[in-house]
Write a protein that binds this ligand. Structure first.
Ligand code: NDP
Length: 320
């Protein structure tokens, strides 16, 4: 039986990845900064909390990382932990850089120190590419980060590439574009929109305040994206992969689709609030997932319209 350690198991991806690996008969262990205090709401919502082993671990504390790796002795590590909000990274740049760049480095160092053939998946981000314009980013496209979050993810990406090259570690970065689900916290604009559409339709909310709705992004479905993470660690050779649907849409289209699900015209309910604009933002994020399709045999099934529908329907169903 293979053993996986999921750092950041309490998050959206951690929960879906746990579910996938349990289905594949893995022994699943996961870490949280404080496993005693966390409610692990996402694991509970998927009904799998009882099936995973939980540990406290601080990625920024090398001693803590080493101790957990020695105790669990995993075959595979999935590093999904760290400050994950682009918006919040402008308010907490140091915490963001520490949790992502130092955290990833500590994991790499611990694996190297232990000397066992542990495979590592690192949660990279399409934010590293910055504005892609009308082109499509692939694995070799240059990084032009435009937020503290993206700067931190770019650093972690190169740490992984360097340890792979210098020490022969089996370490991969998935350069994932946005992926959403019903587990997405409300801090993220997609869930804010889905929840608002459901609430406004019920009469529980009047207006939805949004920042720049002209931005274009590629939105996929998180349960599908965790499969790509798993597949990367099953290859003969470690490598980096862009994971996306290949289709970019305006945030305005996402909003329109969400309100259309509840038979409302978004223009009557959305207010653009310039105070919600980011200091620097990406106008267009677009990717091309050809390598993932060819090497991993992975392809996104759900596109933006499906993602919106599933999120809004869930918010209507749970009365949130
Ligand atoms: P979440 O925010 O849902 O989960 C991340 C987990 O990391 C949290 O559950 C939390 O666990 C831990 N964490 C949060 N803040 C910190 C911090 N400051 N220091 C250390 N740990 C922290 O993220 P997702 O599941 O959505 O994403 C997983 C990974 O993939 C993240 O690294 C994210 O940046 C990356 N990513 C996500 C994308 C997406 O669209 N979802 C796109 C591209 C990359 P706890 O509180 O239990 O310690």
């Amino acid at each position: 039986m293979k053993k996986a350690l999921i750092c950041g198991i309490s998050g959206q991806d951690g929960a879906y990845l746990s579910q996938l690996l349990l289905e594949k008969n893995y022994e699943v262990c996961g870490t949280s900064r404080d496993a005693q205090m966390s409610s692990f709401g996402n694991l509970n919502r998927l009904g799998i909390a009882e099936h995973v082993k939980l540990e406290s671990m601080s990625l920024t504390d090398f001693r803590s990382v080493l101790q957990v790796l020695n105790k669990i002795q995993p075959n595979e590590i999935y590093n999904l932990a760290g400050q994950s909000s682009v918006g919040l990274s402008f308010e907490q740049p140091v915490e963001t850089l520490d949790s992502i760049a130092t955290g990833t480095l500590n994991l790499l160092e611990a694996i190297r120190f232990i000397g066992a053939p542990i495979k590592l998946y690192n949660a990279g981000s399409s934010e590293c590419f910055g504005d892609t314009g009308e082109g499509s980013a692939i694995e070799t496209s240059p990084f032009r980060p435009r937020s503290p979050y993206a700067v931190a993810k770019a650093a972690a990406f190169w740490e992984v590439a360097n340890y792979r090259e210098a020490y022969g570690l089996f370490a991969c970065s998935g350069i994932l574009f946005n992926h959403e689900s019903t587990l997405r916290p409300q801090r993220f604009v997609t869930q804010k929109i889905a929840a608002a559409a459901a609430k406004i339709a019920r009469g529980d909310q009047q207006k939805l305040y949004l920042g720049n709705t002209d931005i274009k992004r590629d939105w996929g479905w998180a349960p599908e994206y965790v499969e790509a993470m798993y597949l990367m660690l099953q290859q003969d050779k470690p490598d980096d992969y862009v994971i996306c649907t290949g289709e970019s849409n305006k945030l305005e289209d996402f909003v329109a689709a969400a309100f259309a699900c509840v038979n409302l015209d978004w223009r009557e309910h959305v207010v653009i609030d310039k105070s919600l604009y980011r200091p620097t933002d990406i106008a267009v994020g677009r990717g091309h997932p050809a390598k993932a399709r060819e090497v991993l045999g992975w392809q996104a099934k759900s596109k933006m319209q499906d993602v919106v529908r599933m999120m809004v329907e869930a918010r209507i169903a749970d009365g949130y």
